[in-house]
Design a protein around this ligand. Structure first.
Ligand SMILES: Cc1cc2nc3c(=O)[nH]c(=O)nc-3n(C[C@H](O)[C@H](O)[C@H](O)COP(=O)(O)OP(=O)(O)OC[C@H]3O[C@@H](n4cnc5c(N)ncnc54)[C@H](O)[C@@H]3O)c2cc1C
Length: 299
């Protein structure tokens, strides 16, 4: 018996085998996952987690894949994608409850429709709520962690736990939720606001992002900002703008973005990340740290 045979009859959708991760990342690169599965329900998720444990398969969780560099050799084991079945929102008073698969712009619009303020910053972040919580995603001076009341996770034994805010910590582009299990839902504490005003703020944020960000496939900011200056400014000052390896290029529009100009491989992107780090270290003695998560095997 293997995991596929054991679970196939019980699941709504089948496993995908050797699924190219390039289809699930915003950079559009990445080799195959041995197994790729999008659970249709919480029960399916718990079942797959338990089965993965039983068969000793390493488990990796993917949301919208907008902060991931999956290497060209792909991911060994089981990739679980928290997607559409976990895309829902509901609100009661000023608490917005949302599934981890809810895209951040959908979350921001739902809050606006409910007359709730506090998630305007999320309008242009292309990740899912689950990925945003792990990364403590933010922009325009706000971040998701400051809104969290509680987070529901499935642990690696398949048990459902609700973690209250007091048990969580959120720091710059990181949180205690990394490695804590699979996030399935969160409750966010917002404040009452005027929907028209909230919508106006979101339009302004959208326009500002459009003018600053490149349109080619990317993973947003590649490097964490050092304390004193944004990474993009440092890379630009070091002469890194436009640097290219294969199909990967440091964006001419925003130096902290690396874009896939069409035929980039993960190896091109990884080499370019290292080349930019070296350039900045040589010029200014600064060691830039990647913000993107690098996963999988090199080919
Ligand atoms: C054009 C562009 C603009 C961006 N702008 C911003 C920005 O302004 N601010 C910002 O902070 N980020 C930005 N990002 C980066 C990215 O969108 C965020 O980090 C986002 O929160 C990642 O969410 P995701 O669902 O894509 O996560 P993924 O990339 O799929 O995963 C990221 C991490 O979270 C984990 N993870 C994902 N879902 C779950 C889950 N349900 N349970 C447990 N772990 C999970 C993964 O294992 C991985 O470690 C941008 C990206 C792009 C492409």
């Amino acid at each position: 018996m293997n995991i596929e045979r054991e679970l196939a009859p019980k699941l709504k959708q089948g496993f995908k085998k050797d699924e190219p991760m390039s289809a699930h990342t915003s950079w559009k690169v990445g080799g195959p996952a041995d197994y790729f599965f999008s659970p249709a329900s919480l029960e399916e998720l718990r079942e797959i987690v338990r089965a993965g444990g039983k068969y000793g398969l390493p488990l990796y969780i993917v949301g919208n894949g907008t902060n991931l560099l999956v290497l060209d050799g792909g991911i060994r084991g089981l990739v679980v994608n928290i997607g559409a079945p976990f895309n829902y929102t509901d609100h009661s008073n000023s608490i917005l409850t949302a599934g981890a698969g809810t895209p951040m712009p959908v979350l921001a619009k739902s809050a606006c429709e409910a007359g709730l303020s506090g998630l305007e910053f999320a309008i242009g972040i292309p990740g899912s709520l689950g990925g945003a919580l792990v990364m403590n995603a933010g922009s325009f001076g706000s971040y998701i962690g400051e809104r969290v009341e509680s987070v529901k996770v499935v642990d690696f034994q398949g048990r459902v736990n609700t973690l209250p805010e007091e048990e969580l910590s959120f720091t710059y582009r990181d949180s205690s939720l990394a490695g804590a299990g699979i996030i399935v839902e969160a409750c966010l504490g917002l404040t009452r606001g005027d929907p028209q005003q909230i919508a106006g703020t979101m339009e302004d944020f959208t326009a500002r992002r459009r003018s600053r960000h490149p349109h080619l496939p990317s993973a947003g900011s590649v490097f964490r900002n050092p304390a004193d200056e944004p990474a993009g400014k440092i890379i630009e000052a070091a002469g890194g703008k436009g640097m290219r390896i294969g199909g990967a290029q440091v964006s001419e529009k925003h130096a902290n973005f690396i874009v896939n100009t069409g035929d980039a491989t993960a190896a091109d992107i990884l080499q370019l990340i290292r080349a930019v780090q070296q350039l900045v270290k040589d010029k200014f003695g600064i060691e830039l740290q990647p913000e993107v998560r690098i996963v999988g095997e090199e080919r």
